[in-house]
Write a protein that binds this ligand. Sequence first.
Ligand SMILES: [Ca+2]
Length: 461
Amino acid sequence: MEKVSWSRVMFILMLVFVLALAACGNDEASDEPTDEPDAATEETDDSDNATEETDDSVAETEESADEGADESADTDAQAEPAETEPQVTDFEPAFLEQTRAPEVVTEAELDVEVVVEDLGVSWGMEEFDTNRLLVTQRDSAELLIVNLEDGSVSDPIEGTPEVNNEDQGGLLDVAIAPDFEESRLVFLTFSQDIEGGTVTSVGKGALSEDEASLEDFEVIFQATPAYDGTLHYGGRIIFDDDENLFLTTGERSDDPIRERAQDLDAYLGKVIHITQDGEPVDTNPFIEDEDALDGIYSYGHRNTQGVDFHPETGDLWIVEFGPQAGDELNIIEPGNNYGWPVVSYGIEYTGELVNEGISEHEAQGFVEPRYYWDPTSAPSGMSFYDNDAIPEWENNLFIGGLAPNYIVRVIIEDDLIVGEERLLTEEGERFRDILVTEDGALVASTDGGLIYRITAAGEGE
Ligand SMILES: [Ca+2]
């Protein structure tokens, strides 16, 4: 024990008093929020060092926590972060709320139910009818209908595309057209073999009335150039209010192809904005630029597998699978460059620096992430909770974590992350996609073949 000075005791007493006065619903810290990261992930380049790098020193975190308490009596510095693992990097955040948000704990009692088991990797889910989901199977490339009420699973829907299902490839996301009830159109993303390698592709087909087949499936967009690799496809899609599609792509992982994330003549490492026919939306930021591809909306991304619109602000948020300790939440604005692989808050999975080891985005002319995780959240699909069935979750963001294995809940105020929680930490599952149903259930798929439904206690039936 170090000796404790009288002034320090007084300071702490004052701090406690001030915080008690200011008590505005701070959530208490809970026990044991983290699992060991799962080293047996197929994101081979993304997992190796995640477990080894954590031995450094507990002392380091305690030290910085103490410093925090001393510096800022006017903030929440007393609340411990949800992240309990030591930091992997030495980078400083650009602003206080950019990483290691204080832990929050859901107060409502929850029912956690496994609705379906024995599936494959359910990469994408979409509710197309009340409590009935279209669910992709990445590796088998099957599209299934899962009924959340009785746990039944349909036969595979006929007419889905051929995919390249090596490594991270396969049948990826699914979305229904905004006018699905009339058009019956279902949009799929997948990794496709074309001349020169593989690409992330988008296609569409009409679900037959008997729900047994996708009719007239056609590819509407290919995120060229093709590359001879099977990693980092990105692949999430979402419709905007104008009934156009946003598509996220990966930068194909390897050095040097990943540098194409910075190039405006390649669809790698981008957010792409296209019509339902795969044409660039005519308000896109680079339409007037002859050297740039017209479908590009934003660039400098690594491997984005989660996307959703904030229910209140309408902003497009994405979650980017970064390098080690560099997973990012970003707000997407047209024409912006998010920095990869020039700058990053993370480091390579080999332990080396990324490029020149610069973390600051803004000073280098890039957009700062709204949040990053050190060591990692290994983010996949995500969804805002745009429902009031669990009132304290309203407008919170839920993100599937692959390794470590939990669902991340983040609380956003004025575009700042002010709280973080890890859910289902004891399940040992890699959470792949997240969906909020019309009636407010949080649904999560896992690589272990499960689909969870989480509801307020007593309301799940
Ligand atoms: Ca970035």
